[in-house]
Design a protein around this ligand. Structure first.
Ligand code: SAM
Ligand code: SF4
Length: 472
């Protein structure tokens, strides 16, 4: 690996400035001004974000939640995009103290999927109805950019009846510029790298200096190298529980503003995992994020970066997912299994997790069909849409949220089409009925125009002629 940083690399996390901003006290007048700005779909600066993070009184917090809910409905509509993580291998040269894959753990069962095993996993996921995956890797020279690109190609080439994976995202270590070019050529969707913590001293505490990941700046600069390699679809994240949650939100917003300022494109997604129990994990976590803080941080992120997708993973319990969803989440994973090989090998998703084989414990082990049933009962449209990325609407062209009417013209009809495919091919009886009722309700809301006629025609093509993947 070429350890050269990106052109013009800088540490854009200004700790002193962030601490100063976080000292401000709750100010209702200012908070309302910031909420008004956010509801005009304008991104917030760090000072405005800090004003929302300072809020403690329940009434004012409620105003923040109301605004986040409204913005979510206006910007994203009621779609929730579904995906599944697929762990490719858990060998790792790093020793991150919170992770069940860290190299010093001798009890961890190490495994990398062979091509054959990967194909079996993908077929099992396709048989459930999945269309979007995120491939996850430890960090070791064997998981090179060429290896990652190869696994992506295997996934795209694997079909199962009507099942196919239409978008493959990646969560792996930061690469050098050549490495990013290699994975881009394989047709990846989003490349996610979580900074874990934006606080340098804490970072050093959890990531030993004699490991690759111990290099804070190499990781922070990862997105810049990706952009300079021509990737424009990137995901950032922080692991909540390592340091003060308010600082991490400021770090995430600093990162988004930096990318937007320098490349004209912000991150496509932000993730906010909370630390979960893991094999060999015996950490005292003084900063473990409470449910109330979690709720506030999601709402504040929604308001601060209105055009960035927010991902809430199955680390969270069904109850928390249910509560937090409406404050601005746009994507969730469902039917999640973390054990390597488990989509094919495990009898049932509810089998107990075997932590020595997994990265951490999950909170939501419902099947994909159960998760879809839950979304439908909350009047969300479960979506497997992959249209923008496949017709080239990414990066600076990926202005779906900014263009008036875009969601109505593209996102909602695509969500309905992919849901209809799921209902026809994979849904249980009850989910199918609820899904059909939701589609009927959505159709009834639409004006009688060209778009609706196009959608009705495609739905007929699916029902009568078995035509699939009819993109808007
Ligand atoms: N090895 C790559 C890396 O570190 O960038 C891929 C990431 S790792 C397999 C995926 C993410 O899981 C990490 O970035 C971290 O944020 C998160 N993670 C690690 N241990 C965790 C735990 N105990 N609970 C919740 N999330 C955890
Ligand atoms: Fe390895 Fe990633 Fe786990 Fe760190 S978080 S030990 S780099 S798999």
């Amino acid at each position: 690996m070429d350890m050269t940083l990106s052109k013009g690399a800088i540490d854009f996390i200004d700790d002193a400035y962030i601490f100063r901003l976080l000292e401000q006290k709750e100010d209702a007048g200012k908070v309302r001004e910031v909420l008004a700005k956010s509801l005009e779909k304008k991104a917030l600066n760090l000072e405005e974000t800090a004003a929302l993070l300072a809020v403690k009184s329940p009434d004012l917090l409620e105003e923040i939640y109301q605004a986040a809910r409204k913005l979510k409905r206006e910007v994203y509509g009621n779609r929730i995009v579904l995906f599944a993580p697929l762990y490719i291998g858990n060998h790792c040269v790093n020793d991150c103290l919170y992770c069940g894959f860290r190299r010093s753990l001798t009890t961890t069962v190490r495994r990398t999927l062979s091509d054959e095993e990967l194909v079996r996993e993908v077929k099992s996921l396709e048989a459930e109805g999945h269309k979007r995956l995120i491939l996850v890797y430890g960090e070791t020279p064997a998981y090179s950019p060429e290896f990652i690109a190869h696994t992506v190609e295997v996934v795209y080439a694997t079909k199962n009846g009507h099942g196919e994976i239409r978008r493959v995202n990646i969560n792996a270590a930061p690469l050098d510029i050549e490495g990013f070019k290699t994975v881009k050529q394989a047709g990846i969707g989003t490349y996610q790298i979580f900074q874990e913590t934006y606080h340098k001293e804490t970072y050093a505490q959890y990531h030993p200096a004699n490991t690759l990941k111990g290099n804070f700046m190499w990781r922070l600069d990862g997105m810049d190298r990706a952009f300079q390699a021509g990737c424009d679809d990137m995901g950032i994240g922080a692991l909540f529980g390592l340091y003060d949650w308010r600082f991490e939100v400021m770090g995430l917003v600093s990162h988004a503003l930096h990318l937007q300022g320098r490349y004209g494109v912000g991150p496509h997604t932000i993730s906010f995992p909370r630390i979960q129990p893991a094999n060999g994990l015996d950490l005292a976590l003084p900063y473990q994020t409470t449910d109330a803080q979690f709720k506030q941080l999601v709402a504040v992120l929604r308001l601060a970066v209105p055009y960035t997708g927010l991902i809430m993973t199955a680390r969270e319990s069904p109850a928390i997912r249910d509560e937090v969803m409406e404050f601005g989440v746009s994507q969730i994973d469902a039917g999640t299994r973390l054990e390597i090989g488990a989509y094919h090998e495990k009898e049932s998703i509810t089998d107990a997790q075997k932590l020595e084989k997994e990265q951490f414990q999950i909170g939501d082990n419902r099947t994909l069909d159960e998760a879809i049933g839950w979304l439908l009962s909350r009047d969300f449209i479960p979506s497997f849409c992959t249209s923008c990325y496949r017709v080239g609407r990414t990066g600076e062209h990926f202005m779906e949220y900014a263009i008036p009417g875009f969601i109505g013209r593209f996102c909602t009809p695509n969500a309905i089409m992919t849901l209809a495919e799921y209902l026809k091919d994979y849904a249980g009886e009850r989910t199918r009925k609820e899904g059909e009722a939701l589609i009927a309700r959505e159709l009834a809301k639409m004006p009688e125009d060209e778009m609706k006629r196009g959608l009705m025609e495609r739905l007929r093509n699916l029902a009568e002629e078995d035509k699939r993947d009819q993109l808007f």
